[in-house]
Design a protein around this ligand. Structure first.
Ligand code: PRX
Length: 632
């Protein structure tokens, strides 16, 4: 038995798509009927992209955890909701059935209440990939608290910035997190962050690594102790469809990450609808999304999408190459994984080990493969298809963003056509348009331009936390009445979409979004740095690497100084933003008005020295020659 809202054929896709455009309100009301509501909506949609203001299912009341947990209890109470695979393969994996997960969530929701958390409070979650991380998210949602998960690769300074922006007074963390051979001291990092965040009232610590931690009296409590004093019964808070569900910070082209806001009903429906349709989930399938819950992919396709669909979702604590490069395949074999959803960077990294790690691994349970986060090169696509899917598993190339809540453009596994390197066709409800430099819509096929969306879908972001104007200027002012994605895109002769990458100053490093301005700000914190400019360059495994041009004063000691600067970036942002290459320069190519000509720096970093274009308008054209000579 599949889902009432599941698209079963290409014909159905086409007719559903048409209906979603002709009558969006009727279409989405029909989908929303499949969820559990305390009170039905009065109006399906009101919107304008000017303010912007988007409201779905107005007046509707619900709680997302009743949809993710309670409503499955009767028929699926004993079905695994979460299968957890630890970092160390010698350690036992854990399974939580829907009944068990429900109980844990209710108990922890009571812990939150006992610690003073009430509806509308912001709760920051900084944990490793343990089942308790999902429990923490759901417990917040249960009582109407707004969670903001921070990926474990962010530094104390990044955490402090986010805590201050969200004014989060509660934190849930772990003593440490196991990732491969490393043990990341999460609680110690939180302690550092809290030096500048004295408004934080409570830190709840889950013990995972037994790393020694210092517990501050009156502020820090242990998860386990608190759970002992909490009851199992916690009725879900009744939430308005448009109440905030979570904030998730993401990088843009300015120096400061912004808190993308998603709300309860629209996000839930989008996550579940896209989960079921893109992956063609069938009840009983085991879904393995390898992302971290600290990113939107984990929110939507480890936690909310699968659980809203009553699916079985895997959580993997470790990394693909630990203890060896066969780990993903071992997990697929051990847990009979049916759907594997990962990033091109992981595929390229595993590909570099050849096929030896695949030996003696039974991958025959696999039915569907997926990729996300960056364009997938054809070589990686074919390797994935041939060696992992054995030529029999459809590959879904899913294009979307933190802001979109779930997949917007993708083939539907085995139902709509695939094409290597192409995200292919928009999901029902998604109306993409391409724009030229003059802001005109480009009609027809075999064209490329900047990708915008002209109509809201239920999962679109509603605002950026605490700064609606920023939301407006970032996404809704580049082109009038359109949501601008920041991506370049081509539409081929058949009308299939291929995302070509960011057109703004945002890098995509291993599928992670990093703003160049953010990295520059961090580099400039080093006392010896006068100025810097950061661009991306093609990187075999990461997709894009970070290339920094730095003007340095004082004692330059080559690699030692480079290391020092890299460490500064790690301290300010986190290890994910560490530059791969640092070139010391005496000047940067600037226009007469003082603007850095990034295009030139990008070309040099890419090694395309002969295509620098006109440099005569520069303040000091000679600087370009020097930079070319010193290229790393
Ligand atoms: O440039 C696009 C790229 O990732 C960006 C969104 O990043 P983030 O908000 O971190 O979300 C990543 C996971 C959804 C997009 O603007 N991107 C994402 N998926 C694809 C992609 N580029 C090409 N193909 C994709 N399938």
């Amino acid at each position: 038995m599949n889902y009432p809202y599941q698209i079963n054929s290409f014909d159905q896709y086409q007719s559903d798509y048409k209906r979603s455009v002709a009558d969006p309100e009727g279409f989405w009301a029909g989908i929303a009927e499949n969820f559990s509501w305390r009170r039905k909506w009065d109006k399906v949609l009101e919107w304008n992209f000017k303010d912007p203001r988007v409201e779905w299912f107005m007046g509707g009341k619900l709680n997302i955890t009743e949809n993710c947990l309670d409503r499955h209890l009767e028929k699926k109470g004993d079905v695994p909701a979460i299968i957890w695979e630890p970092n160390n393969p010698e350690e036992k994996s854990r399974t939580l059935t829907y009944s068990e997960l429900h109980k844990e969530v209710c108990r922890f929701a009571n812990v939150l209440k006992n610690n003073g958390v009430v509806k509308g409070d912001r709760v920051c979650i900084y944990m490793g990939m343990v089942p308790e991380l999902s429990v923490a998210l759901l417990a917040c949602a249960r009582i109407g608290a707004i969670h903001s998960v921070i990926f474990g690769g962010f530094s104390a300074q990044s955490i402090a910035d986010r805590l201050q922006d969200a004014r989060a007074e509660y934190i849930i963390t772990c003593d440490g997190a196991f990732r491969g051979a490393k043990d990341i001291p999460l609680k110690a990092i939180i302690d550092d962050a809290l030096v500048t965040c004295s408004f934080v009232k409570r830190v709840i610590v889950f013990e995972r690594t037994k790393t020694p931690v210092s517990m501050i009296k009156g502020r820090d409590v242990w998860w386990l102790d608190e759970m002992k004093n909490a009851g199992d019964d916690c009725p879900a808070e009744e939430m308005d469809a448009e109440d905030l569900l979570f904030i998730l910070y993401t990088s843009g082209s300015t120096g400061k990450p912004k808190g993308v806001v998603h709300t309860c009903a629209g996000y839930m429906i989008w996550a579940a609808y896209t989960f079921v349709n893109v992956f063609q989930y069938q009840p009983g399938d085991v879904h393995f999304c390898t992302a971290d819950i600290g990113w939107i992919t984990g929110h939507s396709y480890i936690v909310y999408g699968p659980l809203a669909a009553g699916a079985t979702t895997m959580i993997f604590e470790g990394i693909p190459t630990y203890p060896d490069a066969g780990r993903f395949w071992e997990i697929v074999d051990k847990h009979n994984v049916n759907i594997l959803y990962t990033a091109p960077t992981a595929i390229r990294s595993l590909m570099s080990y050849g096929t030896a790690p695949l030996e003696n691994k039974n991958l025959s349970s696999l039915k569907t493969l997926g990729t996300v986060g960056e364009p997938i090169n054809e070589e990686a696509w074919h390797w994935y298809d041939q060696h992992i899917g054995k030529g029999k598993c459809p590959i879904v190339d899913t294009w979307w963003q933190t802001e979109t809540g779930g997949v917007l453009i993708s083939n539907l596994a085995g139902v709509t056509p695939a094409k290597p390197g192409y995200a292919t066709l928009p999901l029902p409800g998604v109306q993409p348009v391409l724009l030229d430099e003059k802001g005109q819509i480009i009609e027809g096929n075999d064209v490329s331009g900047n990708l915008c969306i002209r109509f809201p879908w239920p999962g679109i972001l509603r605002t950026t936390y605490g700064d609606h104007e920023r939301c407006r200027t970032t996404y809704f002012t580049a082109y009038e009445n359109l949501y601008f994605t920041g991506d370049g895109c081509l539409r081929d002769a058949d009308g299939f979409y291929r995302i070509t990458g960011r057109v703004d100053d945002v890098l995509n490093v291993s599928g992670h979004r990093i703003g160049t301005a953010e990295v520059e700000n961090a580099i400039n914190m080093h006392s010896g740095v006068i100025e810097s400019a950061v661009v991306g360059f093609p990187h075999e495994i990461k997709g894009q690497g970070i290339y920094a041009y730095v003007i340095f004063t004082g004692n330059l000691e080559g690699d030692l100084t480079r290391k020092d600067i890299a460490q500064t970036v790690t301290r300010i942002i986190g290890p994910i933003a560490k530059p791969d290459k640092i070139q010391f320069v005496t000047g940067l190519p600037k226009t007469r008005s003082g603007k850095i000509m990034r295009r030139i720096l990008r070309k040099i970093a890419e090694g395309e020295m002969s295509q620098l274009g006109d440099t005569s308008t520069l303040l000091d054209p000679a600087v370009v020659e020097e930079i070319k000579k010193g290229k790393l």
